[in-house]
Write a protein that binds this ligand. Structure first.
Ligand SMILES: *Cc1c(COP(=O)(O)O)cnc(C)c1O
Ligand SMILES: [Zn+2]
Length: 428
């Protein structure tokens, strides 16, 4: 394949490259965007809605359903190479009871933890691995706080590719590490943090001819755009006032903004939501830079929400551009606020991993500050599954997390194997 209908463009200097150029950065070191020719896009709401009842695996995928805006190859080519495994089509929960607690009546939660490997990373990965196939690469690699590696390991395995994963030693949640090992990836634990692992993987990919699948890879961003598309379709194309989500390496908010701007440009939605990016207070370089109006200064990241424990986010420039375009805001929340929001989401029967719950903690803060109005429609994104990080759940409810007061603890009760004693406990 040599001619494709998209090209790459530098976020910093606007230099362009051909669509299948094997590079992740411009010669000036700026990150790259995938640019589509939207004037050729003939997608409509009717076409997208008709695909909801189709049996074609591409239509059934919550990513490939939107293929004309993501990777516009001919359908027969995509049928041959797309690494689809039913990603997306996650639930959008009416969360008005949680909304009552945080001060917004019209709250919805999009549960990206319901993806095949339990996080939104599958949406980017299905496209990233498809690109690896298109470029005829045999091996893929990433640095990861956990979910990217779990997702990449699975998608590489279903595509018959070797997967190499760099993770910070001892710092990733058990559910995620188990997935990487189980799906057969070569897993290298770096004595360092995520930011060290990220620096190493970029060099290794360059020297060893391995395809890099961190979110610096612009095709991951293309797949993640589908979360925003799907939220709009879930709401029958009625644009909400706000979309709120956590920010770590900042690929996801970049993707949501890019996708919605494109969806608006092709006329499928009539207006744009505002975006709220929520960081953990211990890993808040975007919050600091945004508030001061300056470029990102890397920080040493520290938060219990390991999926957003990132001090040197690779996509910060794209991210700020998207936040500006959507008249967005950036906020930060403490670990205790994250875990209390998590207990609220979990006890509603929905459940999510810690980083995801920064979303609801952030919404609460923005309502208190008067940024989000109590009548506005807010869609919060839950990025990962409850079972990713069971240690934190149990330790929270046992009141055993250092420095954290568990305001919503639901500790197990020990009892002797005695019927009267158990009756007494239940009737209490
Ligand atoms: C990756 C991840 C994030 C952070 O997304 P970025 O694109 O890195 O900002 C948040 N929550 C979960 C569960 C994740 O896996
Ligand atoms: Zn450039």
């Amino acid at each position: 394949m040599d001619e494709v209908p998209w090209h790459l463009a530098c976020v910093r200097c606007a230099e362009t490259y051909s669509g299948l150029d094997l590079r992740y950065r411009c010669d000036c070191s700026g990150t790259l965007d995938v640019i589509h020719d939207l004037s050729r896009c003939e997608l409509t709401r009717e076409i997208l809605d008709s695909r909801l009842s189709s049996k074609d695996p591409l239509d059934r995928s919550g990513v490939w359903r939107f293929r004309e805006l993501i990777l516009p190859l001919a359908d027969d080519k995509l049928q041959e190479i797309a690494a689809a495994r039913g990603e997306g089509s996650t639930n959008l929960y009416d969360a008005s009871t949680i909304g009552l607690e945080v001060g917004v009546e019209d709250l919805w939660l999009k549960h990206e933890g319901e993806n095949p490997t339990g996080s939104f990373k599958d949406r980017g990965m299905t496209v990233g691995i498809t690109l690896a196939k298109l470029l005829e690469m045999n091996a893929v690699a990433c640095a990861s706080t956990g979910n990217t590696s779990a997702s990449m390991a699975s998608y590489a395995a279903i595509s018959g590719m070797d997967a190499i994963i760099f993770i910070p030693e001892g710092k990733i949640a058990f559910g995620k590490l188990s997935q990487a090992l189980a799906y057969g990836a070569k897993t290298i634990q770096i004595e360092g943090d995520f930011d060290d692992a990220m620096a190493l993987v970029q060099e290794i990919c360059d020297s060893e001819g391995i395809y890099l699948l961190n979110s610096i890879n612009p095709f991951r961003i293309e797949g993640q755009k589908a979360i925003g598309f799907e939220i709009m379709q879930d709401l029958d194309w009625q644009v909400p006032d706000w979309i709120a989500l956590p920010g770590g390496n900042l690929g996801n908010n970049t993707a949501i903004a890019k996708g919605l701007l494109e969806l608006h440009e092709v006329g499928i939605i009539d207006s744009l939501p505002r975006i709220a990016v929520v960081q953990a207070a211990g890993a808040n370089p975007l919050y600091t830079a945004w508030t001061k109006g300056v470029d990102i200064e890397p920080v040493k990241a520290d938060t219990i929400a390991t999926a957003i424990k990132i001090g040197n986010p690779v996509s910060w420039r794209k991210s700020m551009r998207g936040i500006t375009a959507l008249d967005g805001v950036v906020t930060e929340v403490t670990d205790e606020q994250i875990l209390d929001a998590k207990a609220l989401i979990d006890a509603a029967g929905i459940g999510a991993e810690p980083a995801s719950c920064a979303t609801v903690a952030g919404i609460r803060r923005l309502v208190q500050e008067g940024v989000i109005g109590p009548q506005e429609r807010v869609v919060g994104m839950l990025t990962g599954n409850l079972l990713k990080d069971p240690d934190i759940v149990v330790n929270y409810h046992m009141g055993e997390l250092e420095g954290i007061e568990s305001h919503r603890a639901n500790a197990p009760v020990s009892a002797p194997a005695d019927i009267d004693e158990i009756r007494r406990i239940i009737r209490q």
